[in-house]
Ligand binder design. Structure first.
Ligand code: NAD
Length: 497
């Protein structure tokens, strides 16, 4: 088929699809050692898509052994950066050529709209290209010593990196982890989420085609408490790079402490504040962005603008505009290119979001839109808006990870900043204002890994992405992430006279 464009084309492509479901270990697609499998479901229908290999400790041990052997052999780790670049660029080309299939796999597996998945593919491909292109432009240092010495600071790969990723942007989060780690010369073992393993396994096929040597890139599908934990506790893993919940991030730090003090880079959750000051321009446009900031990807976004703080003098009118924008963002069939929202990833997440909504009502927030699951197949929840939320309410503090917006009012800049910073999280924050003095003041005072001024979620590969506080300690994207996957080695040479 030529590239799918219409709703029916995507359904046809989905019907014709075949899935790789086995683990990828040392260049081979294999069943889990136990022979166990797990079901991966299509959230839009609730039906099983495929039975996937359920890896566990023995598979992790095997993969770590191959990863270490590959690292020691040096076919990748000691390859000239310019040649690693060539292979990774070939991978990016293959991803580009297969982007429709990769996008469809993510949509089928986790329920996001196909248009959104296609956008994610551009992000994933761009990330692989960026790191491929960077690696032969990263220099070591010569230290400013006296004449009797020469001191070098070299960058060397870490060894074996285990990347554990979530389901909300399956392939894009994968690319953010594996691209810099591979570019830096490491052997990488990827553990995709048990809720969205399919695109990772297709990526393994493409990596093999691109010519990544055996054992350098491996994929172990399975559960967190089995294969994920085994990787995290492994004495043969040098670094864990993780994207997922704060709760699991904390466990991974413990596992590192219980094992070999491996480096642990965490990208965790958020409850990001989006501040609207009365002096901002074009309230209709800002309201639309505020709605998109929470309803994009069904609200299953780590940097979702889930707390909307609005200056009280414009709040009533502004809330009406947000409600009008939300009305246009209803969920629909994820395979329809016109759908703005898709389905919640699974029944558990669906129930969890509905529980938060119930709690919001019980706590006395004013439910202004949505609130009830859609009837019929699949796990759909419409845009849900609460006004009159206070910082003490659970829906105002906890990450819901669904299409639920909590609106707060404020009277002064000082109050707005205090409310914005009053969170365990610090992943993203944004605000809207036309006052240049305020823009500079508020930017400085928001305690957050990234601050969006007069936009939400702006950024590209050149800037780092990550959080402060309980949102994590790592940085994805940009040359800063590349640096995380290498070790500094100091060489001090005495110069005989
Ligand atoms: P999760 O923490 O439940 O799972 C993430 C990954 O960790 C999965 O692959 C899972 O199998 C694995 N895992 C679970 N328990 C484990 C254990 N004991 N040992 C090892 N691995 C384990 O998160 P999720 O539900 O997949 O994703 C949603 C979360 O991810 C949200 O909190 C969201 O904010 C966060 N997230 C953060 C970013 C970011 O860049 N900061 C991006 C996307 C998602």
């Amino acid at each position: 088929m030529s590239h799918p464009q219409r709703h029916a084309d995507w359904h046809q492509m989905a019907a014709d699809m075949r899935f790789e479901t086995r683990a990828y270990i040392n260049d081979q697609f294999v069943d889990a050692a136990s022979g166990e499998t797990f079901e991966t479901l299509n959230p839009a229908t609730g039906k099983c898509l495929a039975q996937v290999a359920s890896c566990d400790g023995p598979d992790a041990e095997l993969a770590v052994g191959h990863a270490r052997a590959a690292f020691q052999a040096g076919e990748w780790s000691r390859l000239a950066p310019v040649r690693r670049k060539k292979t990774l660029l070939a991978l990016a080309e293959l991803m580009e050529a297969n982007r429709h299939e990769l996008a469809l796999l993510d949509t089928l597996d986790m329920g996001k709209p196909i248009t959104s998945s296609l956008g994610d593919m551009q992000g994933a491909i761009g990330c692989v290209r960026y790191h491929a292109e960077s690696i032969d432009k990263l220099f070591g240092e010569v230290a400013p010593t006296g004449d009797d010495s020469l001191a070098l600071v070299l960058r060397e790969p870490l060894g074996v990196v285990a990347s554990i990723v979530p389901w909300n942007f399956p392939l894009m989060m994968t690319a953010w982890k594996i691209a810099p780690a591979l570019a830096a010369g490491n052997s990488v073992i990827l553990k995709p989420s048990e809720k969205s393993p399919l695109s990772a396994l297709r990526l393994a096929e493409l990596a093999r085609e691109a010519g990544l040597p055996s054992g350098v890139f491996q994929v172990l599908p399975g559960f967190g408490h089995t294969v994920g934990k085994a990787l995290a506790l492994s004495m043969g893993v040098d670094c864990l790079s993780f994207t997922g919940s704060t709760q699991v991030g904390k466990q991974l730090m413990q596992y590192a402490g219980q094992s070999n003090l491996k480096k642990v880079y965490l990208e965790c959750g958020g409850k990001s504040p989006n501040l609207v000051f009365a002096d901002c321009k074009d309230l209709d446009r800002v309201a639309r962005h505020a709605a998109e900031a929470i309803f994009h990807n069904q609200g299953e976004v780590c940097i979702a603008g889930s707390r909307l703080l609005v200056e009280n003098s414009i709040r009533a009118a502004f809330v009406e505009k947000v409600l009008a924008a939300a009305e246009t963002m209803q969920p629909g069939d994820p395979l329809d290119p016109e759908s703005f929202m898709g389905a919640m990833v699974d029944e558990t997440q669906h129930r969890r979001v509905l529980d938060f909504i119930r709690q919001g009502v019980e706590e006395g927030a004013s439910l202004r839109a949505g609130g009830e699951a859609l009837k019929g197949d699949g796990w759909f929840i419409p845009p849900t808006v609460f006004d009159g939320v206070t910082p003490q309410m659970v829906i105002g503090r906890e990450e819901i990870f669904g299409p639920v917006l909590a609106i707060f009012g404020f009277d002064s800049e000082e109050e707005a900043i205090a409310m914005a910073n009053d969170s365990d999280y610090g992943l993203a924050a944004g605000f809207w204002s036309q006052d240049i003095d305020r823009i500079m003041r508020v930017t400085r005072r928001l305690h957050s890994g990234q601050v969006f001024v007069n936009n939400w979620a702006g950024g590209d590969q050149t800037v780092p992405f990550g959080g402060v506080k309980q949102s994590g300690n790592g940085r994805d994207k940009s040359h800063h992430s590349l640096e995380e996957y290498s070790e500094l080695k100091t060489v001090w040479m005495s110069l005989a006279t």
